[in-house]
Design a protein around this ligand. Structure first.
Ligand code: GDP
Length: 297
């Protein structure tokens, strides 16, 4: 489907005579190919353009190492620059849960994988870190969503807050907070309602809950396959609610991962985890190296 970038570049460089250093023209020609690869990987045009400009500055005049071809060398420079752009500060998998019970607010559009990701993270904290975890669904409009979280909870052996009919999201959040404190839980997840689109009510609800529980982390779950839409969604959620990190789901799909680069470059928010399937184990800490490799093909 996609031509491998290294192959494409070696074609370009075969036509160029080898010199001691990467010339301006070599770099320009190579970066034209890199730009195509980025756009094919669904990186947005302005982000690709900025990125290429940065790499061009870095690459021009660099001595060509004997052991690699100029094409390979440009790929390496691009790869390192991608990792640099994608990397956040610290360990992305390190959630701020030092003061129990630590609230984690999960936000995102309906169908993004929010409930699944909540359960995956709960399982991870329970099994990897030995934490006592409580999960609560705040999706009062969709009883099925509340039940889904309960079912997942039973499956992974994590407690869920009992469902009480007729309660509003803020009341549920307050009950979760009390229950988490009284029950000696280390962490509690609040899985907020999702909608197909961002609207004022959705944002208001999440903001009200945020103000009541003061979450230690607000994680935005977005569908990694939606590319630019994911970036727009993230920007809006961050502007209106404030997020501490992003979880990109469906990275097991065909997407080339360009959304990750745009996400980081446009919103400045770190990607913390990636979802790699429907199973409860299919969650990984975000690794810039892996996504960089995937973008370059
Ligand atoms: P929510 O509406 O945001 O809570 O979304 P759900 O958690 O209900 O997920 C919607 C669908 O996407 C479900 O069928 C999930 O199993 C599936 N899903 C969630 N995360 C992933 C992922 O990382 N990869 C794949 N392939 N499917 C996922």
């Amino acid at each position: 489907m996609f031509e491998n970038l290294s192959e494409r570049l070696s074609g370009v460089f075969d036509r160029l005579t080898k010199q001691g250093a990467l010339s301006d023209d070599d770099v320009k020609t190579a970066l034209r190919e890199v730009r195509v690869a980025l756009l094919e990987a669904d990186v947005s045009l302005p982000v690709a353009r900025d990125f290429i400009a940065k790499v061009q500055e870095k690459a021009t005049g660099q001595a060509v190492t004997k052991s690699v071809t100029p094409g390979q060398q440009v790929v390496k420079i691009v790869h390192d620059a991608l990792v640099d752009t994608l990397k956040g500060e610290g360990d992305p998998g390190d959630l701020k849960i030092d003061t129990p019970p630590a609230p984690i607010l999960m936000v995102g559009l309906q169908g993004s994988g929010k409930t699944t990701t909540t359960a995956k993270l709960a399982k991870r904290l329970k099994e990897r870190d030995g934490k006592r975890v409580l999960m609560a669904s705040l999706d009062v409009n969709r009883p099925a969503a509340m039940e889904q979280l309960q079912i997942l909870g039973r499956q992974i052996g994590v407690d869920t807050l009992p469902i009480v009919k007729g309660e509003d999201p803020v009341a549920i959040a307050k009950r979760a907070k009390t229950q988490a404190a009284m029950g000696g839980y280390d962490v509690y997840f609040l899985d907020t309602a999702g909608r197909l689109q961002i609207d004022a009510e959705l944002i208001q609800q999440a903001a009200d809950v945020r103000d009541v529980v003061k979450p230690r982390e607000t994680l935005l779950v977005v569908d990694g396959l939606t590319g630019q839409v994911a970036v727009e969604v993230a920007q809006e959620f961050d502007d209106k609610i404030g997020v501490s990190g992003v979880v990109l789901t469906r990275m097991d799909g065909d997407g080339r991962g360009g959304a990750a680069l745009s996400m980081r470059a446009v919103t400045g928010k770190p990607i913390r985890f990636v979802g790699l399937g429907e199973k409860m184990e299919a969650l990984e800490t975000f690794e810039p190296e892996r996504i960089a490799g995937r973008i370059l093909g």
